[in-house]
Design a protein. Structure first.
Length: 278
């Protein structure tokens, strides 16, 4: 196994200009595959509200649900850093509550870092979480928990005002002590500027190739979630097709009496059978 990837490795990767790979994970089996394939960090994203729970946004995800999934993922991750999302309303009401809830993700969920959405307006909260010795990843640009403020899942940073706000957010996050910044759905020229301005690594999703690393929702990139496929997603596999083929074959084989075969079946000693048949 390669050396454990830590928050320090994020900084080192930026300095060495080595791209950082991040994927979401929500359960033990998938997390184990992603970790053994060598992904640098696993994000237990609140996107699970959509791809696992089937909601049309992330807003209803609770802290207890995040802890439940974090436990499963941290049991599987040997090398990858496990970052866990703070869900909507778990850090918005006060910095004290935010620190307490971030602490629960670490103590109960086994998180090695947390991520929260927002820039300038959350800088003080982030500072207090970092002061509690909890590494924080920032998340700016199109922040899905602000869906209703944005009027939908819309690319951010196309106007001068929006672009300047995202630059200010990135600077505020760096100053507050984040170890990395997720940039979601912003034009690639803007993420290039931000990646050059800040000293912490930027991790892009729908933010082009100039970031210091990339993150995707694994269900999207594995072709398992087709309710909608965002423009920035590349499907590196088509697992929903593979799964459908496997399941239809299973049904056909059961109906045809071809499954299970002898090798899938347990047997009983002859004397036991004879006595049962008496
Ligand atoms: O919840 C999530 O999966 C995320 C990624 C989209 C970055 O925050």
């Amino acid at each position: 196994m390669d050396k454990k990837f830590t928050v320090k490795s994020f900084q080192k990767a930026k300095e060495e200009k080595r791209q950082i790979s991040v994927l979401t994970a929500y359960d033990y089996s998938i997390a184990k595959i992603l970790d053994s394939a060598g992904v640098d960090a696993l994000l237990v994203g609140d996107s699970l509200g959509m791809v696992v729970q089937g909601n049309d946004s992330t807003l209803s995800v609770t802290l207890d649900v995040m802890i439940y999934h974090a436990k499963a993922v941290t049991r599987a991750a040997k090398r990858a850093l496990v970052v866990v999302d703070m869900p909507f309303m778990s850090y918005h009401t006060s910095a004290n509550e935010a620190v307490r809830n971030a602490g629960r993700l670490m103590k109960e969920g086994g998180a090695q870092a947390i991520k929260l959405e927002g820039g300038v307006e959350f800088a003080d909260t982030i500072r207090q979480i970092v002061r509690a010795q909890i590494p924080v990843m920032g998340h700016i640009g199109m922040t899905p928990q602000s869906l209703h403020m944005f009027g939908g899942f819309k690319v951010q940073g196309k106007s001068i005002e929006q672009a300047q706000k995202i630059i200010d957010d990135a600077k505020a996050l760096e100053e507050a002590g984040v170890f990395a910044i997720t940039l979601e759905c912003v034009p690639d020229e803007l993420s290039k500027i931000i990646t050059e301005i800040v000293n912490v690594p930027t991790i892009g999703i729908g933010a082009g190739k100039y970031c210091d690393g990339q993150v995707l929702v694994s269900n999207d990139m594995l072709g398992m979630f087709s309710d909608f496929v965002p423009k920035f997603v590349k499907q590196f596999a088509h697992l929903s097709t593979d799964i459908k083929t496997a399941v239809t074959t299973y049904i056909e084989e059961i109906n045809a009496g071809n499954f299970p075969q002898k090798e899938h079946t347990f047997s009983i000693d002859k004397e036991v059978l004879d006595s049962l048949n008496k």
